[in-house]
Every structure is written in C-alpha cells, then in structure tokens.
Design a protein around this ligand. Sequence first.
Ligand SMILES: Cc1cc2nc3c(=O)[nH]c(=O)nc-3n(C[C@H](O)[C@H](O)[C@H](O)COP(=O)(O)OP(=O)(O)OC[C@H]3O[C@@H](n4cnc5c(N)ncnc54)[C@H](O)[C@@H]3O)c2cc1C
Length: 415
Amino acid sequence: MKPAMPDGAPAATEAIKTWLQPLQPVLDPGGRIDWTRLTSVAERLDRALRRYPVGPDLPAGTERSGRLRMIRQDLARHVDTTGEPDVFQVLTQFMCGYCDIDLRDTTGLGHGRLIARHGSPQTKRRWIPRLLAGDLAGIAVTEPHGGSRPAEARTCAVAGSDGTWTVTGRKTWISRLTEAAVFLLFFRAPDGQLVAAAVDASEPGMVRQPIPPTGLAGWTWGVLDLDAVKVQPEEVLHGQGMGLLREHFAEYRPLVTATALGGAAAVFDTVTARLSERKTIGDVHRLRDSALITLGRTHVQLATALLGAVMASQLAEGGHVDAELWGAATKAHGIDTANSATAELALLLGASGFRADCQTAKTRRDLSGLLFADGIHDSLYRTAGKQHTATKDTAGGITAVPAPRDQLNSVALTG
Ligand SMILES: Cc1cc2nc3c(=O)[nH]c(=O)nc-3n(C[C@H](O)[C@H](O)[C@H](O)COP(=O)(O)OP(=O)(O)OC[C@H]3O[C@@H](n4cnc5c(N)ncnc54)[C@H](O)[C@@H]3O)c2cc1C
C-alpha cells in the first residue's frame, strides 16, 4: 500500500482503509463505532501532521516534544473522543501508532481517566477541562527498587496539622516527565495504605532528572524526586491504590497495545509497498515465497492481536471479572507480536531499513520500550498464569478488578 502523506509518511486515513475497514465486521459486529467520525479524526490527525511534521529525521528533544503537544492541542480543539465507546479510542490509538508511536497521547484523557473516575468534584473541575483542551497527565508509580512490585512503594506521606500531607520519595522511568501538567502519584498514606493523588506538576518540591531513552523518546523520561511535596485532601483519589491501578490498567493496556500494533502495521505496509515497487520496476522478477510467507504470517498475527486488544477493551468497559487478565495478557502478546513481526519484516527492506532516520528503525526502537512501559512482560504473563492456575480453593484470594466509582458518561467530560 502506498502511504498517503506527501512526504511519504504513513497517514491515519490509510490505516483505516488498509487495516480497519477490512476488519470492520469483526472489530465492530454490533455497529457501535461511528466510522464517519473515526475517518474525520484520521483526517484531522493527517492535517495536524502536515502542519507539525514529526518524521523520524526530527530528533528527540524540545522541538519534537513541542510539535507533539501542538498536535494534541490541535486535535483537542476539533475532536473529543471521550464520549465514544472505548473501542473507538482503541482504533484511534491504532491510527496514531500507524503514523508514529510517539503520537500515543494525541487524543483522550490518558492517565487522566483516573481523575475522571475517582477524583473529588474539585479535582475533576480543575483538571478534566485542561486535559480535554490538550494538557497531559503523567503517572508516577515505578520506584528504583522495581516497578513490577508497585504494592511495595516506599514513597510516603506524613500528615501535617493543617490536614495536608507531605510526600517524599523517588519515582523513576517516568514518561512525560517535563510535559505533564498533572501527575497521578502513587504513595503510602500516613496509615501505610497505598493511595494515589492528582498532583500539580508545578508543585514545589518536584525535582526532575531527564534520562535519554533508546526509544519512545518523543516525551522526556527519567527520575522524579519528591522532596516534601504538599498534597491537599481533595487531591487524593477515592479508593485503594492497588485497586485503582488494576482497574485503570485493565482499560489502558488495550490502548497501548493498539498503538504498538498500528506502528507495526505501518511497517507491514511500507514493506509490501517496497516489494511491489521492486517488482514493478524490474529489480526483482518475482517475489520469493519466503517473503510472501512472512507477509501472510505477519498480517494475520497483527490483525488477530488487534482483535485481542479490542476484546480486552470491551471486557474492561463492561467491568468483566477477567478484564485485568485479558488486558495484561493481550498487552504482552500484542507487543511481542508487534516486535517479532517488525523484526521479520524489516529484513525485507534490506539495509535501507537500518538507517537511523528510517521510520521502520524508529518504530522498532519505540516498540522495544513498550515491552517495559505500562507493565513489564514477564510480570503480565505471570499475572495471567497465576489466574489460570488458581484452584477453586485459592480463587477467593484473587480479587476481581473493582468497578469504577462513576461511569465515564456520568462525568462531565467536555471542556
Ligand atoms: C519507555 C518507558 C516508559 C515508562 N513510563 C513510566 C511511567 O510513565 N510511569 C511509571 O511509573 N513507570 C514507567 N515506566 C516504568 C515501567 O513501568 C517499569 O519499567 C516496569 O514496571 C518494570 O519495572 P522495572 O523496570 O523497575 O523492573 P523490575 O521490577 O526491576 O523487573 C526487572 C526484572 O526483574 C524481575 N524480577 C522482579 N522481581 C523478581 C524476583 N523476586 N525474582 C526474580 N526476578 C524478579 C522481573 O520479573 C523483571 O524481569 C516506564 C518504562 C519504560 C521503559
């Protein structure tokens, strides 16, 4: 398939035509998705990308991060996807990933969904309109002793006589380190319970140390030190911290998975276009069977992994008891699939796919980051494995993902 953007960059509208529409009967059997609206989101995204190009030749840094923010703000002015069914956002993420995995925060509330669902009325009033207008929410969970054990957080709060808490600790590997307007910060309350609060990123006592990453470098990333940061009672989210994390990531992981699969789908289209072109101009007389087999296999792998992400999203939206299991397993599987498919496909591009400024090379770097971000793979597969081996006697010890306090549509989500 030929990419549609004038500079040869993958276009969101192309992702709909080549990947989503052919799968429409299985992606959307109930007709819940407004496909015209989805197409208009894609057109808007393509327009924004023409205005603020973020090709692979634009290095990570202030300019790239600034353009990504402009794209998010541009879309925020023209489209609000938060009222749509969750599957709409999953497909939007696929289109964003198709254009560039750095566009993973182009639409939606992102981690701000935690505020929409569990924030106090004051906190929602303060942050939801800003997030809908294009501001970003970061999440600060991981600590230096290991992010795969969030229940063992060492960042903790001390209660003050005026009712506020003072939080001290270190968070690490944090995305949107300098771009986020608000952080969903997880820490121990004075009584030792894990809790979360929506903390203004400009609050005194937040000290940042950016670290250059190998991939996913569109936003800054690194260490967030909390040196006696004040947290007001109304900023603390309603609910126990582990429950909030589990509920949130059951919904968030399908979005991450779809973004990764979109990136891999664009690699697939680049490779098929290149092979067809080589055949047309006579550089190769016929396509080798090994190449055709790779194309057939990777296409079905990516398509079925996307169906898995859609299914996981629907379970999470419906508050299904197995939502966490499927969100974790389909994220690990989908990102493994995206990584292995692009590694195989990239060989068919030859050395041209090894140039640092080639989109395929960038996508592969970004995909490797997603093996860790939003849940490290062995831990996700382990979560699933644990549930599969739970006997009737131990099943009582595995807690279902808690239902959200509010349904999204009962929250004012429009700016
Ligand atoms: C690009 C990127 C973006 C990220 N963004 C964010 C963010 O915005 N916010 C955030 O909070 N975090 C973020 N993270 C951190 C991410 O969530 C963590 O990397 C992940 O949770 C794993 O934690 P860790 O890296 O500390 O690895 P660890 O928890 O140290 O795990 C590393 C390995 O050790 C193994 N291990 C753990 N315990 C044991 C044990 N007892 N015995 C044997 N092996 C063990 C694990 O299974 C794993 O294989 C990001 C990471 C990346 C790479």
